[in-house]
Write a protein that binds this ligand. Structure first.
Ligand SMILES: Nc1ncnc2c1ncn2[C@@H]1O[C@H](COP(=O)(O)OP(=O)(O)O)[C@@H](O)[C@H]1O
Ligand SMILES: [Mg+2]
Length: 250
């Protein structure tokens, strides 16, 4: 579904990603761990084609197509969707209008009618993210993705800044996004959804069944392994121990 080959990315004057190799198979849920500032969000932005990141070397293939230099809307139309760590406020655009405008297969009205499930019904007439709390921003991002129905989902710390009361709702909605692939509107076929999910706390792993995990460190993929094994190691030893790690070195 996604293959990243020797990806080098600059942000501003600095090289942030220094030769990333990573692949996500069709239908797989992959986890990305890594200390602050290691380049995780930069990688997701580079895959989505969002922001000021500049790809200086390497390739991103999605469903066999080279998307390395495509625009963000071209990638979205091919089926990539992203939940940002810190999405921008968009004054003058109502959340409900965005959900309808970007919905796939005429799903917009179905998703709007489900907004109550996301506790978002009173936000549909508000400007996107303006004055939203941390948990409200995450729920808004998930509502938008529920309408877009991407085949490949990028989630940047879906549980960060979310209180315990909201974690459960967000976890269940992430689960539905990845595994509840019932068609809506004009579409007939169930989809297969793949994902790359950044998590610090690992809490989201209670709601999804992750297949593989990667650790990113200093702009490189340091190692890969089973998600729960890596999380246990990180909790016990921290990322400092990664240097001595004997797991498969990438
Ligand atoms: N526009 C930019 N100019 C310079 N450095 C940047 C820019 N954007 C991000 N960075 C730097 O890139 C590094 C990686 O950031 P990020 O991808 O957000 O890390 P992570 O998500 O792993 O915490 C950080 O040191 C950050 O300060
Ligand atoms: Mg980040």
């Amino acid at each position: 579904m996604l293959e990243i080959k020797d990806l080098h990315v600059k942000s501003g004057d600095r090289e942030i990603l220094k030769g990333v190799n990573l692949s996500v198979a069709d239908g797989q849920t992959c986890i990305l761990f890594g200390p602050n500032g290691s380049g995780k969000s930069t990688l997701l932005s580079a895959i989505m084609g969002y922001g000021t990141t500049e790809i200086t070397q390497g390739q991103i293939l999605f469903k066999g197509q080279d998307i390395t230099h495509m625009t963000v809307d071209e990638r979205a139309k091919l089926g990539i969707g992203m939940m940002m760590q810190r999405p921008p406020n968009i004054t003058g655009v109502k959340l409900g209008d965005l959900v309808r405008a970007t919905a796939k297969d005429n799903c917009g009205d179905d998703v709007i009618s489900e907004a109550r499930d996301f506790k978002m019904e009173s936000f549909l007439d508000r400007d996107i993210n303006v004055g939203f709390s941390g948990g409200e921003i995450k729920r808004s991002e998930l509502l938008q993705l529920a309408a877009q129905k991407p085949d490949f989902v990028l989630l940047d710390e879906p549980e960060s800044g979310v209180d315990l009361g909201n974690i459960d709702l967000i976890g269940k909605k992430v689960h539905d996004l990845l595994y509840d692939t019932k068609p809506c509107g004009g579409s007939k076929a169930n989809r297969s959804v793949s994902s790359l999910v950044i998590t610090h706390t690992g809490q989201i792993l209670n709601y999804i069944s992750a297949d593989t995990a990667y650790i990113m460190k200093e702009g490189r993929i340091w190692c890969t392994g089973r998600p729960m094994d890596l999380l246990k190691n990180i909790r016990e030893k921290g990322y400092g121990e990664c240097i001595k790690c004997r797991l498969v070195k990438m």
